[in-house]
Design a protein around this ligand. Sequence first.
Ligand code: NAD
Ligand code: MG
Length: 383
Amino acid sequence: MKRLLILGATGSIGTQALDVVARAPEAFELVGLSAERSHAELVAQARTHGVERIALSDPDAAARAAEAWTEGQVLSGPDGLVRLVAETGADLVLNAIVGSAGLGPTIVALTEGIDVALANKESLVVGGELVMALSEATGAQLIPVDSEHSALHQLIESERPGTVERLTLTASGGPFRGRSRAELADVGVEEALRHPTWAMGGKITIDSATLMNKGLEVIEAHWLFGTPYDRIDVVVHPQSIVHALVALCDGATLAHLGHPDMRVPIAYALHHPERVDVPVRALDLAEVGSLSFEPPDLDAFPCLRLAREAAVAGGTATCVLNAANEVAVHAFLSGRLDFMGIPAVIEAALERLPAARVHSFDTLYDADAEARRTAAESIEVRA
Ligand code: NAD
Ligand code: MG
């Protein structure tokens, strides 16, 4: 039995993870749940799943939860989240928080030697070098939940070191695939939230529409698998059936296929190294008919180019990229920024805040805060 903690339990990944856990009561003891502010939903989850400790990052929400729920312990604020991770005696933490807010809990878990099933790709985008060093130092494992990286983890696991030459991540292309830069000038929030193949949280859905999500995933793959950036390719594949490919030294290329359903990579990460039944539709390629592939359009979707440039610049650049993106996406979702303003705000932040060396996690927290201020200023100027 694994003692499991789910962070970001009320989100898209969090709720699907609870479904995976409920199907395998013999495999997990759910020891804690967290959310940012959705207290009623978190308390309901705690009751349903018999959990005794929850944490809400928003102190007011935590106070409301403590009034409504007296059967267990409610931890409050960012410190409460840290305590939940450090003091609950978990064997595995699923980090399904969105954004750079997920970095702190990843660090705490790894520091305590606790394995992390990582959905929060931002942890690696912001602090990849230090996060991987920490995992190495404490022996705590990082198991990816992101579908492409889960696919790569499965493909690479059985290969000897030195045999993998290139990695390919597939991208659905999002709702705006095929549109030109000019045609993207006045797209609205609702259209951007209509993802063709995956149902996900708001932030990652917008990241998929700008292709920033794939940029973040290139950086995530670099750190997880130690692959140089010039050996990580992106190909647009609108059906989202092939999740990733690895090219080996002998000319063989291996692919990972399946209908898009996040419960597959979630179950893989939570049960690893075991495999369990997941009730998903079997893949029938004759029924799918055809799979198509095309190169990404970097002119219409500059975020992918910006992510690669920041990745190569290294240091604080990917932290700045991520923070500016979070602020810009939030502004777009609340109607304060146009769609093409997202890459413009990120590019301006990267220009104004040149890459610096990362000495410690504090360097990253400072760079994150500065990038948020810079991005907020550009958004005001644009409006
Ligand atoms: P979501 O917005 O649906 O849920 C986010 C969860 O995190 C919620 O429980 C929320 O309460 C919590 N949260 C938000 N801000 C927080 C903060 N500041 N502090 C603490 N908790 C906070 O997001 P999601 O779509 O489930 O995505 C979660 C992560 O998984 C993201 O990093 C995303 O990129 C990654 N991911 C998601 C999918 C998907 O299918 N949804 C696929 C691949 C990767
Ligand atoms: Mg993905």
